[in-house]
Design a protein around this ligand. Sequence first.
Ligand SMILES: [Mg+2]
Length: 356
Amino acid sequence: MRVIMLVDMDYFFVACEELRNKDIIGKPTVVGFDPKEGKGRGVVMTCNYEARKFGIRSGMPISMAYRLKPDAIYLPLDYDWYEKVSKDVMSVIKERATKFEQVSVDEAFIDVSDKVTDFDEARIYARRIKDDIRSRIGLPCTIGVSYNKLLAKMACESAKPNGIGVVTESEAKAFLEGKSTDDLYGVGRKTKERLEAMGYRTVGELAKANPMDMMEHFGAFGIELHDYANGIDSSEVNENYEIKSISREYTFERDTSSEKDVIGAIDRLANEVIGDVKKNGFAFKVVTLKIRYSDFSEHLRSRSIRYSNDVREIMNVCAQLYRDNAEKERKVRKIGVRVSGFIKRKGQKSMEDFAK
Ligand SMILES: [Mg+2]
């Protein structure tokens, strides 16, 4: 029997802030960009459940959050602190896992198949992990438990916050049936709309679709989707989870058409990106520039180079991509810098070394 868990920290950035500032506990708190009395740009990164009571959500423009609750506590992002807390959390989770795969700063899949014999034991085991994290780090989390990653993730979603959700094989069909198709992994707004047009609103309906039909519309992904709708996911908890890209973005205070502003932002972002590149001991061979204009349209331009871990390479390529491709008459709202196509440089420290 396979037993997979997804451990997901609750309102992680705010929870990290609570760790070092007990005064904010129980008060509506938002971590994100400076709201500037409703004029601020950028979005809410995380908010706690007290803030959610006022309609605030992560991903929402910070100005909108401010309109909903001007006297909430607004805190700036402090990634260094969150990453430090994350490392502590992850090492607690790792201790309990046979296989461990960190998916993001606050989420990890674990395979515990050889630690328990059935799902009753799995629930107790999940409780133990939750208690470990609570007592040793001081943070709440939610754990989804099932027989594959897909359902562990979905069980976790439906048990938030501060819960344990278990979906066994015999419960899977009933659990999935009423869910919306975009609750499935890999289904975004567009796919959801296409599925709806084909007559599939719920996962239950999708489960009964003809796989060949799905194949015709979505290619191999269609078969995967049909599998997901039937609770089938054979992907392993992948211990050698690899970082595929490293990126940073910046939203301008005011939309700008000044080349100097844009190049300045590129240089700052490149410096942030290179920090992560070096920490992982990577060299990259693809550099991508993302430009979002004031009308929210987005343009991506990439260039392949010889393997490098030089910050000037990122700056130069991005500046060139901007000069060659930007539509100069339009104002820029946001700039993103990304590198990918990594190899590990020999003799460099890896993430693991840093975790020690
Ligand atoms: Mg989380």
